[in-house]
Design a protein around this ligand. Structure first.
Ligand SMILES: [Mn+2]
Length: 319
Protein backbone atom coordinates (compact mmCIF):
# COMPACT_ATOMS: atom_id res chain seq x y z
CA UNK A 1 0.00 0.00 0.00
CA UNK A 2 1.34 3.42 -0.84
CA UNK A 3 2.24 5.52 2.15
CA UNK A 4 -0.42 8.11 1.29
CA UNK A 5 -3.05 5.40 1.51
CA UNK A 6 -1.72 4.24 4.86
CA UNK A 7 -1.82 7.84 6.11
CA UNK A 8 -5.40 8.23 4.92
CA UNK A 9 -6.33 4.95 6.63
CA UNK A 10 -4.73 6.07 9.90
CA UNK A 11 -6.54 9.40 9.77
CA UNK A 12 -9.81 7.52 9.34
CA UNK A 13 -9.00 5.27 12.30
CA UNK A 14 -8.50 8.06 14.87
CA UNK A 15 -11.10 10.27 16.50
CA UNK A 16 -8.56 12.78 17.77
CA UNK A 17 -5.82 14.22 15.59
CA UNK A 18 -3.26 16.80 16.75
CA UNK A 19 -1.18 18.55 14.11
CA UNK A 20 2.27 19.94 14.97
CA UNK A 21 4.93 21.78 12.94
CA UNK A 22 8.33 23.37 13.53
CA UNK A 23 9.21 26.07 16.03
CA UNK A 24 9.66 29.63 14.77
CA UNK A 25 7.05 28.89 12.10
CA UNK A 26 7.15 30.34 8.59
CA UNK A 27 4.02 30.70 6.41
CA UNK A 28 4.35 27.17 4.97
CA UNK A 29 4.53 25.62 8.44
CA UNK A 30 1.37 27.38 9.67
CA UNK A 31 -0.42 26.99 6.32
CA UNK A 32 0.23 23.27 5.86
CA UNK A 33 -0.67 22.63 9.51
CA UNK A 34 -3.91 24.62 9.52
CA UNK A 35 -4.78 23.85 5.89
CA UNK A 36 -4.69 20.14 6.71
CA UNK A 37 -6.71 20.83 9.86
CA UNK A 38 -9.44 22.65 7.88
CA UNK A 39 -9.63 19.86 5.28
CA UNK A 40 -9.92 17.17 7.97
CA UNK A 41 -12.49 19.15 9.97
CA UNK A 42 -14.67 19.62 6.88
CA UNK A 43 -14.25 15.99 5.79
CA UNK A 44 -14.78 14.30 9.18
CA UNK A 45 -17.05 16.53 11.30
CA UNK A 46 -17.17 14.23 14.34
CA UNK A 47 -13.40 14.08 14.70
CA UNK A 48 -11.54 16.44 17.00
CA UNK A 49 -8.69 18.09 15.10
CA UNK A 50 -6.22 20.46 16.76
CA UNK A 51 -3.29 22.62 15.65
CA UNK A 52 -0.67 23.39 18.31
CA UNK A 53 2.77 24.96 18.75
CA UNK A 54 4.49 28.17 19.76
CA UNK A 55 3.31 31.18 17.83
CA UNK A 56 4.02 34.83 17.35
CA UNK A 57 1.49 37.32 16.11
CA UNK A 58 3.26 38.16 12.85
CA UNK A 59 1.42 35.28 11.12
CA UNK A 60 -1.96 35.73 12.77
CA UNK A 61 -3.44 36.82 9.42
CA UNK A 62 -3.06 33.15 8.43
CA UNK A 63 -4.41 31.26 11.44
CA UNK A 64 -4.16 30.83 15.16
CA UNK A 65 -3.32 27.84 17.30
CA UNK A 66 -5.78 25.87 19.43
CA UNK A 67 -5.38 26.68 23.10
CA UNK A 68 -6.27 24.30 25.89
CA UNK A 69 -5.15 21.05 24.33
CA UNK A 70 -4.49 19.16 27.58
CA UNK A 71 -1.96 16.38 27.96
CA UNK A 72 -4.80 13.85 28.33
CA UNK A 73 -5.98 14.65 24.79
CA UNK A 74 -2.80 12.99 23.50
CA UNK A 75 -3.59 9.60 25.06
CA UNK A 76 -5.70 8.34 22.17
CA UNK A 77 -4.56 10.79 19.54
CA UNK A 78 -2.90 10.53 16.19
CA UNK A 79 -0.14 13.15 15.92
CA UNK A 80 0.80 14.49 12.49
CA UNK A 81 3.93 16.62 12.20
CA UNK A 82 4.20 18.74 9.04
CA UNK A 83 7.09 20.67 7.45
CA UNK A 84 9.60 19.61 10.12
CA UNK A 85 12.77 17.75 9.13
CA UNK A 86 13.98 16.78 12.58
CA UNK A 87 12.52 15.94 15.96
CA UNK A 88 14.54 18.65 17.72
CA UNK A 89 12.68 21.36 15.77
CA UNK A 90 9.14 20.13 16.46
CA UNK A 91 7.23 22.76 18.39
CA UNK A 92 5.54 21.42 21.55
CA UNK A 93 7.38 18.34 22.79
CA UNK A 94 4.12 16.55 23.63
CA UNK A 95 4.09 15.36 20.00
CA UNK A 96 5.70 12.17 21.36
CA UNK A 97 2.75 11.46 23.69
CA UNK A 98 0.32 10.43 20.94
CA UNK A 99 -0.57 6.84 20.04
CA UNK A 100 0.78 7.10 16.50
CA UNK A 101 3.02 9.60 14.74
CA UNK A 102 3.05 10.65 11.08
CA UNK A 103 5.68 12.85 9.40
CA UNK A 104 4.70 14.81 6.27
CA UNK A 105 7.52 16.97 4.94
CA UNK A 106 9.46 18.32 1.97
CA UNK A 107 12.90 18.78 3.57
CA UNK A 108 15.67 16.21 2.99
CA UNK A 109 14.79 13.21 5.19
CA UNK A 110 17.79 13.50 7.50
CA UNK A 111 15.94 12.57 10.67
CA UNK A 112 13.70 9.56 10.14
CA UNK A 113 10.92 9.67 12.73
CA UNK A 114 7.31 8.54 13.00
CA UNK A 115 5.26 5.40 12.37
CA UNK A 116 4.53 6.62 8.84
CA UNK A 117 6.69 9.04 6.83
CA UNK A 118 5.79 10.82 3.64
CA UNK A 119 8.72 12.97 2.56
CA UNK A 120 9.08 14.55 -0.89
CA UNK A 121 12.18 16.80 -0.95
CA UNK A 122 11.58 17.95 -4.54
CA UNK A 123 8.15 19.41 -3.80
CA UNK A 124 8.02 23.20 -3.32
CA UNK A 125 6.30 23.24 0.04
CA UNK A 126 4.48 21.08 2.55
CA UNK A 127 1.37 23.05 1.60
CA UNK A 128 1.71 21.75 -1.96
CA UNK A 129 2.06 18.22 -0.54
CA UNK A 130 -1.16 18.63 1.43
CA UNK A 131 -2.94 19.54 -1.81
CA UNK A 132 -1.44 16.45 -3.51
CA UNK A 133 -2.89 14.45 -0.61
CA UNK A 134 -6.27 16.11 -0.99
CA UNK A 135 -6.34 15.44 -4.75
CA UNK A 136 -5.43 11.77 -4.22
CA UNK A 137 -8.44 11.28 -1.94
CA UNK A 138 -10.73 13.98 -3.26
CA UNK A 139 -13.70 11.61 -3.34
CA UNK A 140 -13.47 11.32 0.44
CA UNK A 141 -11.99 14.70 1.41
CA UNK A 142 -13.44 18.21 1.31
CA UNK A 143 -11.45 21.31 0.35
CA UNK A 144 -12.77 24.54 1.81
CA UNK A 145 -12.14 28.15 0.81
CA UNK A 146 -10.25 28.76 4.03
CA UNK A 147 -8.06 25.69 3.51
CA UNK A 148 -7.39 26.81 -0.08
CA UNK A 149 -6.44 30.30 1.14
CA UNK A 150 -3.99 28.88 3.67
CA UNK A 151 -2.41 26.36 1.30
CA UNK A 152 -2.02 28.99 -1.41
CA UNK A 153 -0.27 31.22 1.16
CA UNK A 154 2.07 28.39 2.13
CA UNK A 155 3.07 27.80 -1.50
CA UNK A 156 3.58 31.53 -2.14
CA UNK A 157 5.65 31.73 1.05
CA UNK A 158 7.99 28.80 0.39
CA UNK A 159 8.49 29.55 -3.32
CA UNK A 160 9.11 33.28 -2.74
CA UNK A 161 6.08 33.99 -4.93
CA UNK A 162 7.02 31.28 -7.46
CA UNK A 163 10.60 32.58 -7.70
CA UNK A 164 12.67 29.64 -6.42
CA UNK A 165 13.70 26.61 -8.52
CA UNK A 166 11.42 24.21 -6.58
CA UNK A 167 8.51 25.89 -8.40
CA UNK A 168 7.36 23.31 -10.97
CA UNK A 169 4.55 23.00 -13.50
CA UNK A 170 2.76 20.93 -10.86
CA UNK A 171 3.18 23.75 -8.31
CA UNK A 172 1.48 26.20 -10.67
CA UNK A 173 -1.22 23.68 -11.53
CA UNK A 174 -1.98 23.30 -7.84
CA UNK A 175 -1.88 27.06 -7.24
CA UNK A 176 -4.27 27.43 -10.17
CA UNK A 177 -6.64 24.87 -8.64
CA UNK A 178 -6.53 26.70 -5.28
CA UNK A 179 -7.38 29.99 -7.01
CA UNK A 180 -10.70 28.52 -8.13
CA UNK A 181 -11.83 29.07 -4.52
CA UNK A 182 -13.14 32.56 -3.74
CA UNK A 183 -10.46 33.95 -1.42
CA UNK A 184 -8.49 37.15 -1.94
CA UNK A 185 -5.19 35.92 -3.40
CA UNK A 186 -3.67 39.34 -3.97
CA UNK A 187 -4.38 40.25 -0.37
CA UNK A 188 -2.49 37.12 0.74
CA UNK A 189 0.49 38.00 -1.45
CA UNK A 190 0.50 41.52 -0.05
CA UNK A 191 0.23 40.32 3.55
CA UNK A 192 3.12 37.93 2.99
CA UNK A 193 5.41 40.62 1.59
CA UNK A 194 4.44 43.64 3.66
CA UNK A 195 7.12 44.87 6.05
CA UNK A 196 7.03 47.40 8.86
CA UNK A 197 8.83 50.74 8.59
CA UNK A 198 11.45 49.62 11.11
CA UNK A 199 12.22 46.46 9.10
CA UNK A 200 12.41 48.63 5.94
CA UNK A 201 15.04 50.74 7.68
CA UNK A 202 16.91 47.62 8.79
CA UNK A 203 16.85 46.52 5.11
CA UNK A 204 18.74 49.71 4.34
CA UNK A 205 21.35 48.68 6.92
CA UNK A 206 21.63 45.23 5.32
CA UNK A 207 22.26 46.67 1.85
CA UNK A 208 24.71 49.26 3.21
CA UNK A 209 26.73 46.76 5.22
CA UNK A 210 26.76 43.57 3.17
CA UNK A 211 30.24 42.17 2.41
CA UNK A 212 30.66 40.32 -0.90
CA UNK A 213 33.81 38.56 -2.06
CA UNK A 214 34.97 38.15 -5.67
CA UNK A 215 32.99 34.89 -6.07
CA UNK A 216 29.70 36.28 -4.80
CA UNK A 217 29.88 34.89 -1.25
CA UNK A 218 28.23 37.45 0.99
CA UNK A 219 27.44 37.99 4.63
CA UNK A 220 25.82 40.47 6.98
CA UNK A 221 25.95 40.38 10.75
CA UNK A 222 23.12 41.87 12.79
CA UNK A 223 24.29 42.33 16.37
CA UNK A 224 21.92 42.78 19.28
CA UNK A 225 23.08 46.40 19.40
CA UNK A 226 22.10 47.00 15.77
CA UNK A 227 18.74 45.24 16.22
CA UNK A 228 18.05 47.38 19.27
CA UNK A 229 18.95 50.57 17.42
CA UNK A 230 16.33 49.68 14.78
CA UNK A 231 13.92 48.44 17.47
CA UNK A 232 13.60 45.11 15.62
CA UNK A 233 13.23 41.80 17.48
CA UNK A 234 15.16 38.75 16.30
CA UNK A 235 12.00 36.97 15.07
CA UNK A 236 11.16 39.94 12.84
CA UNK A 237 14.36 39.55 10.81
CA UNK A 238 13.01 36.75 8.58
CA UNK A 239 11.79 39.36 6.06
CA UNK A 240 15.33 40.49 5.28
CA UNK A 241 16.86 37.05 4.62
CA UNK A 242 16.03 37.04 0.91
CA UNK A 243 17.26 40.61 0.25
CA UNK A 244 20.90 39.84 -0.72
CA UNK A 245 19.58 37.52 -3.44
CA UNK A 246 18.31 40.56 -5.33
CA UNK A 247 21.90 41.74 -5.85
CA UNK A 248 23.41 40.57 -9.15
CA UNK A 249 26.89 40.10 -7.67
CA UNK A 250 25.67 37.86 -4.84
CA UNK A 251 25.72 34.07 -5.39
CA UNK A 252 25.48 32.60 -1.88
CA UNK A 253 24.97 34.40 1.38
CA UNK A 254 24.52 34.12 5.10
CA UNK A 255 22.85 36.47 7.52
CA UNK A 256 23.95 36.19 11.13
CA UNK A 257 21.57 37.42 13.80
CA UNK A 258 22.79 37.61 17.37
CA UNK A 259 20.52 35.71 19.75
CA UNK A 260 19.36 37.09 23.07
CA UNK A 261 20.67 33.95 24.80
CA UNK A 262 24.11 34.31 23.17
CA UNK A 263 25.55 33.05 19.90
CA UNK A 264 24.20 33.71 16.43
CA UNK A 265 21.45 32.31 14.26
CA UNK A 266 22.81 31.81 10.72
CA UNK A 267 20.49 31.87 7.73
CA UNK A 268 22.11 30.49 4.61
CA UNK A 269 20.80 30.99 1.08
CA UNK A 270 22.15 30.28 -2.38
CA UNK A 271 21.36 30.68 -6.05
CA UNK A 272 23.53 27.71 -7.07
CA UNK A 273 26.02 25.96 -4.75
CA UNK A 274 24.30 23.79 -2.16
CA UNK A 275 24.75 25.03 1.39
CA UNK A 276 22.75 22.57 3.54
CA UNK A 277 25.84 20.44 4.27
CA UNK A 278 27.50 23.50 5.80
CA UNK A 279 24.38 24.13 7.89
CA UNK A 280 24.44 20.54 9.16
CA UNK A 281 27.99 20.98 10.45
CA UNK A 282 26.82 23.92 12.58
CA UNK A 283 23.84 22.49 14.41
CA UNK A 284 21.36 23.12 11.60
CA UNK A 285 20.10 21.92 8.25
CA UNK A 286 17.35 22.49 5.73
CA UNK A 287 16.96 22.63 1.98
CA UNK A 288 19.81 22.46 -0.56
CA UNK A 289 19.56 26.22 -1.25
CA UNK A 290 17.96 27.50 1.97
CA UNK A 291 19.15 26.38 5.38
CA UNK A 292 19.55 27.52 8.95
CA UNK A 293 22.42 26.95 11.38
CA UNK A 294 23.89 28.25 14.63
CA UNK A 295 27.24 29.83 15.44
CA UNK A 296 28.39 29.70 19.05
CA UNK A 297 30.64 32.77 18.76
CA UNK A 298 32.39 35.14 16.36
CA UNK A 299 34.96 32.49 15.53
CA UNK A 300 32.23 30.16 14.24
CA UNK A 301 30.65 33.06 12.36
CA UNK A 302 33.93 33.44 10.45
CA UNK A 303 34.20 29.68 9.91
CA UNK A 304 30.70 29.46 8.41
CA UNK A 305 31.38 32.39 6.11
CA UNK A 306 34.68 30.82 5.01
CA UNK A 307 32.83 27.62 4.12
CA UNK A 308 30.33 29.64 2.08
CA UNK A 309 33.25 31.33 0.31
CA UNK A 310 34.68 27.89 -0.39
CA UNK A 311 31.58 26.46 -2.08
CA UNK A 312 31.06 29.72 -4.01
CA UNK A 313 34.63 29.59 -5.33
CA UNK A 314 34.36 25.90 -6.34
CA UNK A 315 31.06 26.67 -8.09
CA UNK A 316 32.51 29.63 -9.98
CA UNK A 317 35.54 27.57 -11.06
CA UNK A 318 33.21 25.00 -12.58
CA UNK A 319 31.20 27.54 -14.58
MN1 LIG B 1 8.22 24.37 4.06
Amino acid sequence: MRVQQKIFQMIQDFETIIIHRHERPDPDAIASQCGLKKILQASFPPKKIYAVGSFNDSLKFLARMDKKVNDEVYQDALVIVVDTADVARISDERFAKGKKLIKIDHHPNDDIYGDLLWVEPTVSSTSELIVHFYLTFKNKLKMTTEAARLLYAGIVGDTGRFLYPATTAKTLEIASFLLTFPFNASLISRELSTISMKVAKLSGYVYQNISVDENGAAYVLLSTKILQSYNVAEFETSAIVSLPGMIDEVLSWVIFVEKAEGGFRARLRSKGPTINEIAKRYNGGGHLLASGANAKNHEEVQKIYREIQDVAQKWRNKQ
